[in-house]
Ligand binder design. Structure first.
Ligand code: GRG
Length: 295
């Protein structure tokens, strides 16, 4: 029987080792930027995105080192997005992963640079032959991650989100926003294993379909946690969406409606994995985990 909490913890520890290695520097005059990048990246977070890379890669027998480096690159992008999202010009948050945000611990300029450093380091890690010996695979990964993180993905979603502060979005618009802002990186996480493993187009498509539904379920859970969770559980401020009068899945569907929608999405996500054998069991359990999580 697959044990998701143990698998998540084991994967997080392995990813941590890779992140630690790529963020190591000795005696450099720019050491402060490494301190800020290490502060925000190491020792926190669920590492869900790297876990998705590792589990999708396992379906195709990809060597673990390749999956780990690809997962680490994705986590670097995720960490950069959190640092920049927390800045005063964006969400203006003081707490992240249970500790002061980077601009609080260091200063704003260092936080901006730390985000830039994490973003670019992610592509350095991916493009390194240590990630995969085949340059074409590396280029495919770089292209897919650039799309997921950039204006066609997360950055585009963040722009719609910032712009929405002056409008009220409907359910279709919120869904589109979240598919870009949160869903795009989750999508890369699931597709990366298929890219690394040279999977058939149908298998890559099935993983993408799983990821699209998983990303929405994850976001609904995030909206529910903003209403029902606590600072102690989530390690970040809660109640922010309601205070800002922002339309979310919860404000549009209600708490019960949002829970029902999330439960239906879990079933849908699992159904997209029907073509895979028991090696996909942890991905099946992950669908349930993203909606039941308390942080
Ligand atoms: C600044 C370009 C740019 C983008 C920011 C990701 C993001 C876009 C903003 C973060 C705000 C937020 C709370 C989004 C909801 C979904 C989300 C990314 C939650 C945090 O991810 P988790 O729960 O965090 O995986 P951990 O700490 O476990 O890694």
């Amino acid at each position: 029987m697959a044990n998701l909490p143990k698998a998540l913890a084991d994967a997080a520890a392995e990813v941590e080792t890779v992140l630690d290695a790529v963020l190591s520097v000795e005696g450099a005059p720019e050491k402060l930027i490494y301190d800020a990048m290490r502060y925000t990246t190491l020792g926190g977070g669920k590492r869900l995105r790297p876990f998705l890379v590792m589990e999708s890669a396992r379906l195709f027998g990809v060597p673990k080192a390749s999956a780990l480096r690809t997962g680490a690159a994705l986590e670097l992008i995720h960490c950069y997005s959190l640092v920049h999202d927390d800045l005063p010009a964006m969400d203006d948050d003081d707490l992240r992963r249970g500790k002061p945000t980077v601009h609080k611990q260091f200063d704003e300029a260092t936080a901006i640079l730390a985000g830039d450093g994490l973003l670019t380091l992610a592509f350095e890690v991916l493009a390194d032959p240590a990630t995969h010996p085949d340059a074409e695979i590396r280029a495919t990964l770089v292209l897919a991650l650039a799309k997921a993180a950039g204006v066609r993905g997360m950055v585009g979603g963040q722009m719609i989100d910032l712009d929405a502060e002056t409008k009220t979005l409907n359910l279709a618009e919120i869904t589109q926003l979240q598919q870009l802002k949160t869903g795009a990186l989750i999508g890369f996480g699931c597709e990366a294993g298929a890219i690394l493993g040279r999977a058939a187009a149908a298998e890559r498509k099935a993983l993408r379909a799983y990821a699209d539904v998983l990303g929405l379920a994850f976001q609904i859970a995030d909206d529910l946690l903003d209403v029902e969770g606590s600072v102690e559980e989530t390690g970040k401020a809660v109640g922010k969406d309601a205070n800002a009068g922002k339309a979310t899945f919860v404000s549009l569907l209600g708490i019960q409606g949002a829970r029902q929608k999330a439960a239906a999405l879990v079933d849908q996500a699992v159904s997209h994995l029907s073509g895979f054998d028991d090696r996909a069991d942890l991905l099946r359990l992950t669908a349930r985990f993203v909606v039941d999580r308390r942080n």
